[in-house]
Design a binder for this molecule. Structure first.
Ligand SMILES: [Zn+2]
Ligand SMILES: [Zn+2]
Ligand SMILES: [Zn+2]
Ligand SMILES: [Zn+2]
Length: 448
């Protein structure tokens, strides 16, 4: 297969994501609307095969094959294209103030049925899912340090609790790291798994979100009862379900997402799978409707919740027992209310139940509420009286003259390599632009 076609493939998957951001109508059209549960993949392939290469149609590709050198043998063009994709996606994000949940509870449901051994995604769906799930968990905790994740597996017709709800990324990573314990077998049961996830979140307080993310590779589900009853229960409990399907769209999956306000997507290839999964990382906007129903008149008023900032003990302090593991150690954190010693924050105090967080955790969750505005790509310096000659972030000098750009595909890129903050009007280079928006979450020019 010529490399060009692979590139097309990438571009297509990208445009599909932006469709997802809309009402989700475009995707359902492309995937064949209202597909019955027992239809097989052939039907889907027929509807779309002409214009869209699917993962199982492609010959074996390596990630480095998709990066193309330009005429001069440089990778600049390919790298800039990746940056441009990121910029484009950022511009799609809503700019207005929305209410977001910072204390999130998520149950990750992994399909461990026999269909996960399919090799349409390399090396297998199962291995790819585990790899992406690990990256997802790491990134999720980085952006939602006050959140908790539990893991449930679907295997042999039952839901299996793989990992308890935990706020510690290491605990969660450990359970999905043990590959031999997750070996796929039998049929999945969507209903059993969702019921198990629902029961593990039933005790949660109202200020936290309840979310379920399902990675679903099978085209069947083998349920003990009516799954629509489970769906109604989830709507009542305000659980948001999102599904990333690996094979084809199933009506019940689409219904689960639509009725609970989650996102649904079918992964076309490995890259698209990751994009779909990682779109679920930023905290979802809270729906005003659901709050009005629950809390009556106090719709947009804030709920106050109690949090404590612990005292950190240095590892030179005298050893004492922690309340979480009953282990003798020196370092730890003291609950500000009952002075119990815990090993890790954020957590709920095991003695008095106070939520213990460190201030950096709180600050890191905060940036989602006030995202840095996207920088504007400067097209020409004609209307700038005194353009600065250096990047305001890293002091690298800007090009004086506009570089002729090879591809017209680089929309959202500045020919001068300048990106301007709409508030403080400082110019930044492309690297700083990405760094500010993806890592710092605060404009160095205006401090916002
Ligand atoms: Zn402990
Ligand atoms: Zn306490
Ligand atoms: Zn810079
Ligand atoms: Zn600024």
């Amino acid at each position: 297969m010529p490399p060009r076609r692979i590139n097309d493939n990438l571009d297509d998957s990208d445009s599909d994501i932006s469709i997802l951001g809309d009402v989700g109508e475009g995707v359902s059209k492309g995937k064949g609307k209202g597909k019955a549960i027992d239809r097989d993949q052939a039907a889907k392939a027929k509807s779309k095969a002409k214009e869209q290469p699917y993962a199982w149609e492609a010959s074996y590709t390596r990630s480095w094959d998709t990066v193309q050198e330009d005429e001069a043998g440089s990778l600049q063009g390919a790298v800039e294209d990746l940056i441009a994709r990121g910029r484009r996606r950022r511009l799609l994000a809503p700019a207005g103030a929305i209410r977001r949940t910072i204390i999130r509870h998520l149950v990750l449901i992994l399909d461990l049925s026999a269909s996960m051994m399919d090799r349409d995604m390399r090396p297998t769906r199962f291995d790819l899912m585990l790899q992406y799930a690990r990256e997802f968990v790491t990134e999720w905790f980085d952006q939602n340090p006050l959140g908790q994740i539990g893991v449930v597996g679907m295997r042999s017709g039952v839901g299996e609790r793989v990992g308890e709800m935990s706020g510690n990324p290491q605990d969660v990573l450990k359970v999905i790291h043990e590959r031999h314990k997750l070996e796929p077998a039998g049929e999945p049961s969507l209903q059993n798994a969702v019921e198990m996830a629902r029961s593990s979140m039933s005790h949660l307080p109202t200020h936290s979100s309840r979310e379920i993310v399902v990675i679903f590779g099978s085209l069947t589900t083998c349920d003990p009862g009516n799954i629509h009853d489970t769906l109604d229960e989830c709507v009542k409990d305000k659980i948001r379900i999102s599904v990333v399907a690996l094979a084809a769209e199933m009506k019940i999956c689409r219904d689960l997402c639509d009725k609970t306000g989650g996102q649904f997507g079918v992964a076309m290839n490995e890259g698209h799978f990751k994009d779909l999964l990682f779109e679920l990382i930023p905290p979802p906007a809270q729906r005003a409707v659901s709050r009005a129903a629950g809390a009556g008149a106090t719709n947009l008023a804030a709920d106050l919740m109690m949090m404590g900032f612990p005292t950190r003990l240095p590892n030179t302090s005298p050893p004492s027992l922690c309340v979480c593991h009953s282990e003798l150690k020196s370092e730890g954190f003291l609950c500000p209310r009952c002075s119990a010693k815990v090993c890790d924050v954020p957590t709920d105090c095991d003695i008095c139940g106070l939520m213990i967080v460190s201030s950096p955790h709180l600050a890191r969750s905060y940036h989602h509420l006030f995202p840095v505005k996207p920088y504007k790509a400067v097209q020409s310096l004609a209307d700038t009286p005194n353009p600065s000659s250096n990047c305001h972030g890293c002091s690298v000098s800007f090009n004086e003259v506009a570089l002729p750009k090879a591809g017209s595909a680089l929309e959202g890129m500045s020919p001068l390599g300048r990106y301007r903050c709409p508030d403080c009007h400082h110019d930044f280079c492309a690297d700083c632009d990405v760094f500010v928006h993806d890592v710092v979450h605060c404009c160095p020019g205006c401090g916002k």
